[in-house]
Structure formats: C-alpha cells, structure tokens
Write a protein that binds this ligand. Structure first.
Ligand SMILES: Cc1cc2nc3c(=O)[nH]c(=O)nc-3n(C[C@H](O)[C@H](O)[C@H](O)COP(=O)(O)OP(=O)(O)OC[C@H]3O[C@@H](n4cnc5c(N)ncnc54)[C@H](O)[C@@H]3O)c2cc1C
Length: 416
C-alpha cells in the first residue's frame, strides 16, 4: 500500500490485489463479538517517519490517531526509565541517570555503552548476536534483563541470543540519537485497518486506482513487454508489478517464475518468529497504572490498557513476542495464565468476562546476524519485491515495510 500510494501520487494508475477480505495484512483490525481489536497490539516510534508521513498523506492525523507518550519503559515494581523533555541525547542521558531499579554502576555502564555506539556511528565491523555485544561492553545481567532484553524483543521480536546486533543498533540510532520526538512511543487509538490501509484504499480510488479484496494473485507470468497477473478476475497485463505479500507467499509465487527460483529459495530460507496477543475484557472499572507496562520474568511481556489508549475500558492486551514455552499452552490455558499474572501483579480481583488469543505464528522474520534479505529489484525487469523482509536497515516493522514499498515506487518512477 505504501508503494501504491506513492505511485498514485505521481499520477500512475495502480491496481492492488489483496487476497484477504480486508487490506492490512499483519497490521489489521479484527472484530471479535462486537469489540474492535487488532491482530496484535502495535506500537510505533517517533522515528518511524516514513510510516507516520504516509498515514498523514492518506488523511490521518497523528496527534488524533495515536496516544503519543515520551519514552517511558516500566517493568512493574522492578525498573522504570522515563525521558524528560530535554533535547536529544540529553533526554536519554537524564533517563538513564534517573532510572530506578538499577545501581549507579549499571547506569554509568549503560551511558558509556551508548556513547561508544555514538562514537562508532552505530556501525559494527562485523554483525554479531545482541547478547555478545552486550557482554563485550560489560552490561550487567541486571541491566540486560531490565533494559536491553525488553528493548531487543520489542524492536526485533527475536531472542537476544540470536538477534542481529547491527539491526538492533540501527533502531537505537534512529530512536535515540537524533531528536527527542524520535523516541516517543505512539499507540494507535483506532484499529489498524482504519488507521492506514482503508484510508490508503480510498486515496488510491480517488486517483483512479483500483483495490480488489478477496482477490489473491494466483500466478505472475512475465511476457515480452508486460507482466501478466492472474487472479480470480482472470489474467491482466501490467507494465510493472510489485509483489508485496508476506515472505512465505512471495517464495511460492516466485518459485514458479523462470529465473527467480534462486530468489525464492533465499526468501524461503528466512526463519520466522511468533507474536501472541492475549486480549482480556474485564469489567469497565479495571485499569492498569500506565497505558503500557512491562512485566518481569512473566509469560506476558507487555500489557496495554486499551481503556487509556482507545477508550475501551477494562480491555487489556498482553503481548508475548518471540518463541517460548507459551506456545505449548492451549489458548484457554494461556489466557488463564495471563489473567493470573495480572491479578498477582496488580491485585486485580475481578475475573475477565471473556478472552481472545490471537497467535500470529509467522509474525516477523527472525532478525539474525548477517541475514541475506532479497533486494527490492529482482533479475526480472519491471518486477519488484516489497515487504518488511526485503533488503533494508530495519527489522520486521511497519517502518521497514513502508521503506521497502517506497523504495519500489522510486525504482519505478526512475524508469527501472
Ligand atoms: C502480532 C504482531 C505485532 C506486531 N507488532 C509490531 C509493532 O508493534 N511495531 C511494528 O513496527 N511492527 C510490528 N509488527 C510487524 C508489522 O506488522 C509487519 O512488519 C508489517 O505489517 C509487514 O507488512 P508487509 O506489507 O511487509 O507484509 P504483510 O502485512 O504480511 O502484507 C502482505 C499482504 O499480502 C496479502 N497477500 C498474501 N498472499 C497474497 C496473494 N496471493 N495475492 C494478493 N495478496 C496476498 C496479505 O493478505 C497481506 O495483506 C507486528 C506484527 C504482528 C503480526
């Protein structure tokens, strides 16, 4: 959709084929028994500039559409870090110096680590695992457990032991080293389908574009001067095609195109990590101390109070990123466990009225060191790849996906 919006803005006629009933993909609204949920609680950072620009371009208003808070990381009863309203990087320095739950030596070690990263422009000579980088820079176990591990899991959705230090540093650089607003946390007040893809579809249609939903692409066939896209609508020829599916589907589509089997194999080799979101609806009076709160050594990693974020009082979203033992539990047992943790941590005596577990088993690709990601440009002329998994500086995030789509649009505009 990012590519489509950019191309429509330049006056090109765009057609979007979407296999699902609604656009949005891995960031979409889900209606559950009359309550509007998302397929997973998403959080954006202020440094996701391309994504935020795009939402505004299609008619959104960032200040209305999001609950925007300055950087604040709280692990309930264990750790708290809050950035004051100072210019960057002073806001981070003050946040680390004032962090509660770690000793003075840890604060100094974290600050020295950050200044070292700045001195090397957040670039490593060779990519390694996040855990090895932290160990090399004397980050204590407590500092890792309270600060770096929750940040790494939230940013890369990959356990520190196998996560790419370089991709982690790219996010840290963009969030912490430029302006204070870059580290702001933005929580959507409306569901994701409304937030971007539905507006993007209207934007395209108002510029002569077409958006077909429930219309998956079955095959892509290169012709001499065009590329044929086959769907239930039949075959239609286009001058350029961008394949913007998830990596799993892209590998299947590309595997059947002569000359692209190697790229298909490269995409197929990507490993994936899950994200589980457990929604619990409590009576309306139930709330959490903050809109977003981490838990230490619990099954739930982050809790979101949807009452504060989107006015859905009593609704709590628990996010469990990356692989783990929770995957062995039934949805019923997982919801019970999360409810039990919430009652223990916050003394909430009420029981949830209902729950809904959404398990996205292939939520993101595993951001491992030195990962080979396919280029947006393929060996087939006028055929491109967009998506969070393609070549880029970001882990699997909305910003990574948007940057990739915009890169495809630029290549087409430049006459590739
Ligand atoms: C639970 C969860 C939580 C997340 N949290 C965050 C977060 O907090 N912050 C963040 O930045 N990122 C987060 N992410 C990651 C983010 O959602 C993804 O990186 C991003 O949505 C990927 O976008 P994409 O366009 O690359 O792929 P997708 O969103 O997967 O889009 C691919 C589209 O292709 C469609 N499609 C598939 N097959 C076909 C076909 N044959 N023909 C036509 N269409 C087809 C799909 O239906 C889909 O709409 C999260 C992801 C999940 C799952």
């Amino acid at each position: 959709m990012a590519a489509a919006v950019a191309l429509a803005e330049s006056g090109l006629e765009v057609t979007v084929f979407e296999s699902a009933r609604q656009p949005g993909g891995r960031a979409r609204g889900v209606l559950h028994g009359g309550t509007q949920l998302d397929n997973g609680q998403h959080i954006l950072l202020g440094c996701y500039r391309q994504t935020l620009n795009l939402i505004e371009k299609v008619g959104g208003n960032i200040e209305d559409d999001f609950l925007r808070t300055p950087l604040q990381l709280d692990l309930n009863k264990r750790f708290s870090l809050k950035a004051p309203r100072l210019p960057a990087p002073l806001h981070l320095l003050a946040a680390l110096l004032g962090a509660r739950g770690i000793g003075m030596k840890d604060r100094i070690d974290a600050i020295s680590f950050m200044s070292h990263l700045k001195s090397i422009h957040f670039r490593l000579d060779a990519d390694i695992a996040v855990i090895d980088l932290l160990a090399f820079h004397n980050q204590s176990r407590q500092l890792i457990e309270n600060l770096w591990e929750p940040l790494c899991i939230a940013a890369l959705n990959t356990p520190m032991e196998i996560a790419s230090a370089q991709l982690f540093l790219n996010v840290i650089r963009d969030a912490f080293s430029r302006s204070r607003e870059d580290s702001d946390m933005l929580l959507p007040r409306i569901d994701f389908t409304l937030l971007f893809p539905r507006r993007a579809a209207s934007y395209l249609e108002s510029r002569g574009g077409r958006v077909f939903t429930s219309c998956g692409v079955e095959s892509i066939e290169p012709l001499e001067n065009a590329i044929k896209v086959v769907s239930k609508n039949g075959g239609e020829e286009f001058s350029h095609v961008i394949c913007a599916t998830s990596p799993t589907v892209a590998a299947k589509l590309l595997g059947r195109i002569s000359g692209l089997q190697e790229t298909a194999r490269q995409i197929d080799a990507l490993q994936h990590q899950p994200i589980y979101t457990v929604y619990l609806q409590y009576p309306h009076s139930v709330s959490l101390p903050h809109p977003m709160l981490g838990l230490y050594r619990r099954c739930s990693q982050w809790l979101f109070d949807k009452g504060e974020i989107s006015g859905q009082h009593g609704l709590i979203a628990s996010v469990i990123s990356a692989e783990g033992l929770h995957q062995e539990l039934s949805h019923e047992k997982l919801a019970e466990k999360v409810a039990f943790e919430i009652s223990e941590e916050f003394g909430i005596r009420e029981l949830p009225l209902w729950h809904k577990v959404i398990a996205e088993k292939r939520a993101t690709f595993a951001c491992t060191p030195n990962l080979l990601r396919p280029d947006q440009r393929t060996s087939l002329p006028r055929f491109f790849l967009a998506g969070d998994y393609t070549k880029g500086n970001y882990p699997a995030t909305l910003e990574g996906a948007v940057q990739s789509g915009l890169a495809c649009a630029r290549l087409i505009e430049a006459g590739s």
